[in-house]
Ligand binder design. Sequence first.
Ligand code: CA
Length: 457
Amino acid sequence: MRFQVSLLCLCCLMLGGHSQAQDRASLLRSNDRSGRCQYTFTVASPEESSCPGASSAGPEMQGVMSRLTLLEATVSRMVEDTGAPALKDEEGLQEAYSQIMGEKSELQRDKEQLNRQVQELQKRVDLLSREAETLKLKPCQQIPGSSGRAQHEPNQTPASDPAYTNAAFQEMKAEVTEVPASRLINEGAHNFTGCGELVSVGDPVVHRKADSITGKYGVWLQDPEPQGNLYTNRTVWRIDTVGKDVRQLFAYEDMEQFSRGFPMKVLVLPEAVESTGATLYRGSLYYQRRRSRTLIRYDLAAEGLAARLDLPHAGFQGQHPYSWGGYTDIDLAVDEQGLWAIYSTAMAKGAIVISHLDPESLQVRNTWETNIRKNTVGNAFMACGRLYTVASYTSPNTTINHMFDTATSESRFLHVPFKNKYRYNSMVDYNHARRKLYAWDNFHMITYDVRLGRVSS
Ligand code: CA
């Protein structure tokens, strides 16, 4: 290509030169010595009158040679001027091309490496899937000393409890079947008044804060089914249970007077109260007598003892308390189905036992043994014949974590959020008339709204 350009330029220049010197050029034709025809093209020099040192080649030839040399030099310069940038561009392109090809090779290598990694990961996923399938087919094994621990908060399981390390003790032996949320028909608290399963617990609402140390924990309630005219379902009852000889029962006309701290009456009980398990039902206060398994029914209107009876085999004085302690061995509860006792026995090895009691005589009508260890939960209450346990008495955000249904004798894990706003919840009791939980959380007397739902068949 370079050669063609040179030749073209040379021709142009020669033609140009020819036109300028046309008037001085001539063409001769003659025979040479051998008889062949010889053409001679003669161009006169524009400047030189003679050709020094050109005697052998002839003046015309010397002139042509000289001009050709000049032309060649000129063409050479022109070619150099016009060709160099193109060459530089070409070299640049070549360099860029090489670089791109190098990068392409590098990317290709990266791609291959990533493909290998993907294949490795796919193999691991397949392996783990197979392991998961194998584990699903295996039955659950009870590991002594660790059964059910994951369900509870770590500081609530006393490792020193011999019952805990008993391999025969199966805390969660019942089949665990979660009820899908879609099966619960959530009717809400306003339009569903029938019995159902617990759907949610609202935020705590404070009604009163105790103003002395005796009010750190205690019991406060309203009677869901009051009797007589003396006290109504608006009457609020309160017992501060800190102390060795707790006998004072405060009555408040209504929630407003309660919140202001103005009792209308103070009743003195015939026997000292143990801990925070007391409850109210149909005009009577039910409570555990101090340092005993004796249950007391105190008639509020008559202000006297109406019944007393030992709860058979019930542990007391710290044998089977809730996780916070406080001699909470026997917890009395009321729901739509009547009066209940939540406790444990030596035979049950610390598992929660539920007894349905005759509210008149305190006789046990029926008893269920659950698989929920009493000292691993913060508290418990009954609603619609079902026991519910609060996982922690101190965690600000804990859960209602178990449900035991007395109708079917089956228990189930739950995960209904529950708040211990003041970090020391010593009492939780259900009031079915108001569909609320009453609780005493570190000097604070609070309620929680409760929502129940029907379980679809
Ligand atoms: Ca309770």
